[in-house]
Design a protein around this ligand. Sequence first.
Ligand code: DOR
Ligand code: ZN
Length: 364
Amino acid sequence: MTQITPIIIHTAFDGHVHLRDGEALRTTVPHIASRFGNGIVMPNLKPAVKTVAEALAYRERILSYVPSGSPFDPLMTLYLTETTGSDELLELAGSEGKVVACKLYPAGATTNSSEGIPDVEKAYGIFEAMERLDIVLCIHGEVTDPSVDVFDKEAVFIDRYLRKIRETFPNLRIVLEHITTKDGVEFVESAGPNTAASITAHHLLFNRNAIFQGGLQPHFYCLPILKRDVHQEVLIRAATGGMGNFFAGTDSAPHPKNLKETSCGCAGCYTAPQSVEMYAEVFDRAGAFDPGQGGVGIGNFEWFMSKTGPTFYRIPVSEGYVTLRKETSEVPPDYPFGESGVVVPLLAGKTIEWKAERILRGGN
Ligand code: DOR
Ligand code: ZN
């Protein structure tokens, strides 16, 4: 292909990220801020972030680790429970853009979701208040029904719950988080302007073969789980196509190495430090940087990485830029993480074809 470098886009927006808490922030915050100007921060701490006061305190802890040369605006979310009240939602609406959404975890669907919503239909009162207050609803869209095949949990959630939520609350802005299936893409494409979806770099770069290639690969285990290649292809078309409400959301989800490489490993891929490069790789391989070859141009990459998410959340695009050069580098085996552990990034020891760098306005 024709090599067009460097690529320059506005500073990226992470539509879905787990930063964890305490000492872990020393690792996760500089990593995310090295690529992204802002991001939607997930509330599934232990205990979960259930009130605006807790979200604002967590925001301050995150901000205390933001490097001075890389501004990062943490956009906080509240973890919905059956008892989330309209007072809390009113306070969120008045938080001056510091808390921007509520997150629905079906109880038991994923990491630290046990405090979530056991019966989605019983949360309609909360959705009604959110629609009235114009608060974005972020959804982990998988059923928890143990009789449903793990690879079908997203499609079944859409059919069993999401269509009805969409119809009942037409003005509620909904983000179907980290979509992994053709069903997810088709739902978002057909659901109108108040429905969006984030897509991770790992669901674009890999399919479920990666979990089993050469033995069981715990670092490829995440939820929703990687799907068949046919789903991956549809996701790539949605991300690179420049149409619809699809935007980057890394779902970078660090766990200490000893809790990934064990007999019952945690779900989550740590991608924050390489994610922009991974997304670039996807667009490059899809020919999307090369309009002359039938691709669609760098503009679509910029929309997906930096503009579609902020447009949906109605926030400004971050100041400054990210440059990308086609340059090979090796992903480190691990990073220090927490009090005494390490976290293994998804592509540890592998090479990555792109190198991203954040540049602030004014040439810093
Ligand atoms: O793989 C995942 N890890 N999926 C989620 O939904 C949660 C996340 C985490 O917090 O570790
Ligand atoms: Zn997540």
